[in-house]
Design a protein around this ligand. Structure first.
Ligand code: IMP
Length: 451
């Protein structure tokens, strides 16, 4: 005992990387349990800024870092990530462990994901285009999946690859862009050489730590509202992203999870399609952000002079995005921005069974001309237990407003925060019934307080 789960409570990009990085020194191992390289966990440390996609954050503190069976692995991207870390002075050789039952993302998964998204139909979800959905689909379908374990024996892998490749080529016309079998084989066998030493019985490693009363940190990817069963389906990712998924994907006893820390960003953001009641600019923003041509450069060019005082909500959203640098760590896409939604947050934390809250980007909340927080929906009130996600997008949020507090400087403890910022913390705690134990007040590693 015990297990600690760090999990996003909104739509992802809450700043989980920084929170995991802060807690890691006090644990023995860090485990990524779901998702794939659709994730981007950002860590800033004395060596600079890093964005991890599949490698767990534990490597920065020389902790055993496990990629568990619930993760889907794109081998050459993983090798590129490892190489980048090594080029910047971080060796994962003795740290990284990969469960053999993790599934491999194959080129046809990526092509299918990109092809469906490019079809311009209602099938578009706004995925990251990394092939994650099709890979999980095949995992559940069982017949065409290829796992890390298949890499162990070279000739077995080559035969399995050829078998599945031929099926894909024959059956699906939109795979015409598929590289040749020789090219795919060369890429995967090259990556195999690098990955082989990391394959291990990770379940045994986790068990041995828990049995010795050690601490295991489970690093969630994506977030509650993107969970395929609990989230805003179909606008979700394709894995289970809840804290309970840490138990399911690793097989530990549920009682071994001692603490669930829900990471909450003071400003709501969402990438891709789906309901978002408190979004600045509503539907106009959703369309603009989901246009594949929308980049930071395009926004800077089209809207050079927007500010957070803007009466026009859509433009205010662009100003917020620019200030908060809310552009995807994995895809560079513009994230849809909105105000903190407390009824939805209460529901999310309840369903996650979160014990505590880590609040991130509090500094950015103060940079708006006035702070608006949704405390109820018109005609519905604030006390919503079960959300009808179909109707979520139609809700009219009601805001509690207060004057902004400006920049946050030299914050060493909760009492150092401006009074109004402290009021916001109190409001979140009362509303959700959960204590805030971490507050991140800026991007730097030391800009965080443990309250
Ligand atoms: P997929 O996971 O690439 O299939 O994308 C499905 C949905 O989840 C899309 O709306 C993505 O934008 C969203 N998504 C996936 N991973 C992340 C993440 O790490 N942060 C935020 N959104 C994500």
């Amino acid at each position: 005992m015990p297990g600690i789960v760090v999990v996003g409570a909104q739509w992802g990009d809450e700043g989980k990387g920084k929170i995991v990085d802060v807690i890691t020194p006090s644990v023995q191992i860090v485990v990524r349990y779901q998702g794939g390289n659709n994730t981007g966990h950002t860590v800033v440390n004395e060596r600079g800024k890093f964005v991890l996609h599949t490698v767990p954050v534990g490597v920065f503190h020389e902790k055993t870092s496990i990629i568990e069976r619930g993760v889907v692995v794109h081998p050459s991207s993983l090798v590129a990530e490892i190489d980048e870390l090594e080029n910047r002075g971080i060796s994962v050789d003795k740290l990284l462990k990969i469960n053999p039952f993790a599934h491999l993302v194959m080129p046809w998964h990526i092509l299918k994901d990109l092809g469906t998204e490019a079809s311009g139909t209602e099938l578009k979800i706004g995925t990251t285009g990394k092939g994650i959905g099709p890979c999980y689909q095949e995992k559940m379908g069982r017949r065409h999946a290829i796992r890390v374990a298949d890499l162990l024996n070279k000739s077995h892998f080559a035969a399995r690859l050829e078998e599945v490749y031929n099926l894909k080529r024959r059956k699906l016309a939109h795979y015409t862009e598929l590289p040749s079998l020789e090219e795919i084989r060369a890429e995967y066998l090259w990556a195999r050489e690098r990955i082989l030493p990391f394959i291990a019985d990770t379940g045994k490693i986790i068990r041995s730590i828990l049995d010795k009363d050690g601490k295991v940190l489970f690093e969630g990817a994506q977030a509650f509202r993107l969970d395929v069963d609990h989230g805003t389906y179909p606008y979700t990712t394709s894995s289970n992203t809840t804290a309970a998924a840490a138990v399911m994907y690793t097989g530990i006893h549920p009682r071994e999870v001692r603490m669930i820390l829900g990471v909450v960003k003071a400003l709501e953001t969402r990438v891709g399609k789906g309901p978002f009641p408190t979004e600045f600019g509503g539907r106009e923003s959703e369309i603009w952000c989901n246009d594949p041509l929308t980049t930071k450069e395009r926004e800077d060019r089209n809207y050079p002079d927007v500010s957070t005082d803007e009466p026009n909500e859509f433009k205010r959203g662009i100003a917020m995005r620019r200030l908060a640098n809310e552009y995807g760590a994995t895809t560079g896409r513009a994230r849809r921005c909105g105000r903190l939604d407390l009824p939805l947050l209460r529901y999310s934390l309840q369903e996650l069974n979160a014990d505590e809250i880590a609040l991130t980007k509090l500094d950015l909340m103060g940079l708006c001309s006035e702070v608006q927080i949704c405390t109820a929906y018109q005609g519905v009130g604030s006390d919503i237990d079960i959300f009808d996600y179909e109707k979520l997008g139609e809700q009219m949020p009601l805001y509690s407003e207060m004057e902004s507090w400006g920049e946050l400087n030299n914050v060493a403890c909760r009492r150092d925060l401006p009074e109004r910022a402290q009021e916001v913390l109190g409001l979140i705690e009362r509303f959700t019934g959960r204590p805030i134990t971490f507050v991140s007040t800026g991007p730097e590693p030391n800009q965080i307080i443990n309250t």
